[in-house]
Write a protein that binds this ligand. Structure first.
Ligand SMILES: Nc1nc2c(ncn2[C@@H]2O[C@H](COP(=O)(O)OP(=O)(O)OP(=O)(O)O)[C@@H](O)[C@H]2O)c(=O)[nH]1
Ligand SMILES: [Mg+2]
Ligand SMILES: [Zn+2]
Length: 298
């Protein structure tokens, strides 16, 4: 058995063959031990064992067991996903939001829904209408503005002490939110194009940024809204918490909540207890997963 006499730290950045490791308040620029290079892929978010070789430098000799990993963005051991969307600019796409939530669910990461730019809202009704479907689904929801700092303290306490990955369309204000929470970070932010109302993907690299008071946040380009997890169509319902809760009440055990009689999910949608937009997203993804299965058979 190999005796590991090293320190344990968190990889918060990986650039050009170097892994930047945090241990308490110390920071080390590390390289990988040769024998590890072939065996392991080290990701941002991994906890590693390393030996300091010089002040602020070290060599990584081992990888600690990983609890979770996301493929896109490639990060490990994430506790929460902060899914950000915005009032008006860019116009909220609930389809995209729902796809990101499904990816977080599939990865076993707790999803938090955050509506930014509430300073642009016409009134409180606009804000609650956007957040209501997600509150009902059981997600923690936040209505914030990085511009006016509204509710940023609430959001901060959600992020303290855990590792969070941010996701959301370009231009919703992910980097701006982080700058507002941690003014020392000075992250680049981008203008949303007035012509297309789209952001410009200002943030490209995955990196964990430290929060005062504990915890780390990855400002990343976010989950791609194009990706769907590799789940069989019949398991999709488990990635929609509010549908999964209703499904056992359907008359037929294999109910897909389409045209089957006695469907509790459709009944709830008709009674206004379940957001139509969420059900529509479920149907869209169901169709796509069936299509994928059909193609893979050939
Ligand atoms: N009115 C208003 N504008 C905001 C707010 N937060 C951010 N913005 C603006 O939205 C634009 C985009 O912000 P970013 O922080 O770059 O957005 P991002 O989500 O990081 O975008 P990518 O890095 O491209 O994914 C900038 O012009 C910000 O000034 C807000 O709360 N209110
Ligand atoms: Mg950004
Ligand atoms: Zn049903």
């Amino acid at each position: 058995m190999e005796l590991v006499a090293g320190k344990s730290g968190l990889v918060f950045r990986a650039v050009g063959g170097f892994f930047f490791v945090a241990e308490g308040e110390e920071r080390y620029r590390c390289v990988l031990k040769g024998t590890l290079k072939k065996k392991e892929e080290i990701l941002v978010g991994d906890r590693v064992v390393f030996t300091p070789t010089a002040p602020s430098e070290g060599i990584i000799t081992g990888l600690e067991p990983r609890s979770r990993r996301l493929i896109r963005p490639p990060v490990a051991n994430i506790d929460k996903a902060l899914i950000v969307f915005a009032v008006k600019i860019p116009p909220p796409s609930l389809t995209m939001l729902d796809r990101m939530l499904v990816q977080a669910e599939a990865a076993g990461v707790e999803a938090i829904v955050c509506l930014n730019k509430i300073d642009l809202a016409t009134g409180p009704e606009e804000i609650s209408a956007l957040l209501e479907p997600y509150r009902r689904a059981g997600y923690a929801t936040y209505a914030v503005s990085s511009k006016t700092r509204a509710n940023l303290d609430l959001l901060r306490s959600e992020l303290t002490g855990v590792i969070t990955v941010m996701a959301g369309q370009s231009g919703v204000g992910k980097s701006s939110l982080l700058n507002a929470l941690e003014p020392g970070l000075s992250l680049a932010t981008g203008e949303v194009s007035e012509r297309t109302l789209r952001g410009r993907h200002t943030t490209r690299r995955v990196e964990l940024l430290p929060l005062t008071g504990g915890g780390w946040v990855a400002d990343t380009p976010g989950f791609s809204a194009l990706d769907l997890p590799d789940v069989p169509p019949e398991e999709l319902v488990y990635l929609f918490p509010e549908l999964a809760e209703l499904a056992p009440k359907c008359r037929f055990p294999g109910c897909r909540h389409e045209l089957e009689p006695g469907c509790a999910v459709r009944a709830a949608a008709e009674a206004g207890e379940l957001a139509q937009s969420r059900l529509a997203s479920y149907y869209d993804m169901l169709r796509e997963l069936r299509e994928r299965r059909r193609k893979n058979k050939w």
